[in-house]
Design a protein around this ligand. Structure first.
Ligand code: FMN
Length: 189
């Protein structure tokens, strides 16, 4: 399998635990990955500190880019990053992507991924959704993106918040085309 070049964008929606688990999972899957570039919005750092009580995102051995760094390789299609995961994805970021407003590295990188017909996975988080949110999800889907809501499943009987959140992250790992052992409904009976 060709090793993947992955962009992880973390935005200011609730659910920093999803980002944390994804980064942990990517560490474990290092043999399938050529590069991971991470970009966080200002509010993503704020929400991470608030919800997880730390700034541990600084500890990961991935390449971090500032949100206005248009010199990042994946600001251009020539860099050939194949997959972008936005986790969690705020409604603000979703709206900017749906309308092609590439005014920061996150929305520009998503714009690039879509124009190059590569894989964009947006783990959207809000509830309830307005018609504006739903229309933006439709637009991104029509442009080739995958909307993967931050909606945990419970049929694996998770007993902690992290186990519930991992059910979403496992779907994201599958969608990204990475191989990982995870709970699969009605397998191993
Ligand atoms: C604690 C906290 C939780 C938030 N949760 C959400 C959320 O679940 N969904 C959402 O769309 N915005 C949420 N927001 C608001 C976004 O952070 C805000 O709209 C921000 O401008 C999004 O910008 P960004 O996409 O650049 O991070 C939250 C903000 C805070 C402080």
């Amino acid at each position: 399998m060709k090793k993947k070049k992955i962009i992880v964008a973390i935005t200011g929606a609730s659910g920093s635990v999803y980002a944390k688990l994804l980064l942990n999972n990517l560490l474990q899957l290092a043999d399938q990955i050529e590069a991971v570039g991470v970009v966080m919005s200002d509010n993503a750092k704020e929400v991470w500190r608030f919800e997880l009580g730390n700034s541990d995102y600084e500890q990961y051995p991935f390449t971090f880019y500032s949100k206005m760094d248009f010199n990042a390789p994946f600001a251009s299609g020539s860099a050939k990053f194949d997959t972008m995961i936005i986790i969690p994805c705020s409604m603000g970021t979703l709206g900017r992507i749906a309308h092609g407003i590439s005014n920061d590295l996150i929305s520009r990188a998503a714009d690039v991924i879509l124009k190059e017909r590569r894989k964009l996975i947006a783990v959207v988080r809000d509830t309830p959704f307005s018609l504006i949110h739903i229309n933006n999800m439709k637009t991104v889907t029509e442009a080739g993106g995958i909307i993967c809501p931050a909606s945990p499943s419970y049929y694996s009987i998770p007993t902690t918040i992290e186990e519930a959140a991992q059910t979403v992250v496992s779907r994201v790992i599958d969608l990204a085309g990475l191989e990982q052992d995870s709970y699969r409904w009605n397998e191993n009976q």
